[in-house]
Design a protein around this ligand. Sequence first.
Ligand code: ZN
Length: 197
Amino acid sequence: MKIVCIGRNYREHAKELGNDVPTEPVIFLKPASALVPAGGPIRLPAFSGDIHHEIELVYLIARRNGKAIADRVTIGLDLTARDVQQQLKQAGLPWEKAKSFDGSAYVAGTYAEVVNLPEGRHIDFTLSRNGKLVQQGHSGEMIFGVEELIGHVERYMHLETGDLLFTGTPAGVGRLNAGDILQGTLLGEPLFELRVE
Ligand code: ZN
């Protein structure tokens, strides 16, 4: 199983970090060891003083008749050591230390079947921190849609059943502090509540 992530897939988020809007998808990976166990907690690592929340639509991939499809969708957190990422970006180095550490990914356990969603319906999602809405977005705001992302990723790496695809975060990312409570919703339904330690 692999976790494929897309960076800078929402215009306002690319801008808030001072990045250009990309002309093709930005891809990076997290290992399976990055996953936070169901129900949390999120543990802030000692090596960073600036772990950011990024709420994202996460698609569970299935491979049918030789074709990778976005079978089911949920929400997840792409936790990012922003201080470390800034240093790596400035030095032109890969992002793994900032993006792929133990506990850097959370995936809610409840999925919606993509085929059952009304055609043309945008898949909306939110993140609240300590009861305050901090991020909201929907699939229609993605620069590259999920089909396009799958096609692009597969130019470089085969997607298999069980792989996860994080599709980028909308604006509103920010620092987590010990004691924070994070709540995520998908299509108006609460899917997770996590404590930060
Ligand atoms: Zn992200």
